[in-house]
Design a protein around this ligand. Sequence first.
Ligand code: HAM
Length: 428
Amino acid sequence: MSKTFQNIPGTFDILPEAFTSDGTTVESSASWHYVEERIREVMAHYRFHEIRTPIFEPTELIARGVGELTDIVSKEMFAFERGDTHYVLRPELTAPAIRAYLQHHLAQKGGIQKLYYMGPCFRAEKPQKGRYRQFHQFGVEIIGAIDARADAETVAVLIQIYKSFGLKDLVLKINSLGDEKCRPAYKTALQEYFEPLASKLSETSRKRLKTNPLRILDTKIEDEQELIQGAPRLVDFIDDASREHYEDVKGHLTALEIPFVEDPFLVRGLDYYTRTAYELDSPHLGAQSTLAGGGRYDLLAQELGSSEAIPAVGFAAGIERLFLALDGEGIALPDAEQTDVYIIALGDGAEKWAFKTANEWRVAGLRVAFDLQGRSMKAQMRDANRHGASKVVIVGDDELTSGKAIVRQMETGDQETAPFDGLLALIR
Ligand code: HAM
């Protein structure tokens, strides 16, 4: 037998029907469409406009944007090169969005840009439930706005997307990371706190202690999480302007009746954040409890070559984790796209009629299916059920002779006979 192939672990195929493999359920393409359409609808209500950027980007953009010392850049990049140029499959979309904003001079279009995106991202992480190597993000970026209402607006659209699916068990955690001026003092305070505890830290955290002590706060190791509880808190180091901004963000969230908890040790896994940082958690995700994360990143544009500071704020969310949360809260999604009518044809003449008529009805805007294998009445009826057809039209030799077809309502089982030229009107 010749060799067959499998998808790469941590990636998955999306098929017309949902399936489960190795304990992971992959929803049907119909469920994906439903979820994506709803996200787009809410984005439109909040007046975010879609941006689509390439799947691969220059390595340097991601390294500079996300931060050399982050896990994403130091361990998880899918990188390749051609000639002298180094590329990566995009691990996220914020740096690409800012690249596009600068490249296309979107600032000159006047006003603030409210962008959204949806698409695959790639991180070479150890695959597990809710953590994949190719996963799908949707997210927003408000670029050019310093106002705390922009921060709150990104949270508002995020929460509304989840609520629109009927999700209830959502926990929003927020923090302020201050800016580059207060960060050094906080870094020193963290180093002073953790140095005497170094023997209790993991090797990774010991390394981070020297290079990037804020990352220690991001640990998933339980013992370390306990140590963190006694660590100095960033909010005690932030400057007055950042503090005022933080108070404003919280005030705007309260005005929108969005509940939140303050988490003084929330730092996020990417290096570009300043001031606001937030995460949305669901208790239904297990170890990967984060549905979405975001915050403000007022210095990123300059890091990526802009001559002036461009304040910006946004979030990104994982679609696979949204599915897990929906499943956890018992919210069912439509998992098949409905067929309006299924034509059962018996005999050569009827098959020819069905083939032509199906096309006419499709052109007229109906979702029409029929059998391509010349099977029995019973087999075709089973197929009609599998398609979830709401109506079935049955045509055999007798019907061809009389010019009338049988129309069956699948839900009630009621049947009637109608002339061919009146069928379309009846089916609609
Ligand atoms: P992030 O926290 O790295 O942030 O990712 C955002 C979301 O993407 C996560 O909360 C999670 O739902 C999903 N996600 C991340 N990695 C994986 C994975 N391996 N498998 C499945 N889902 C995953 C960002 O990417 C920032 N760009 C967010 C942002 C936008 N900040 C400002 N603007």
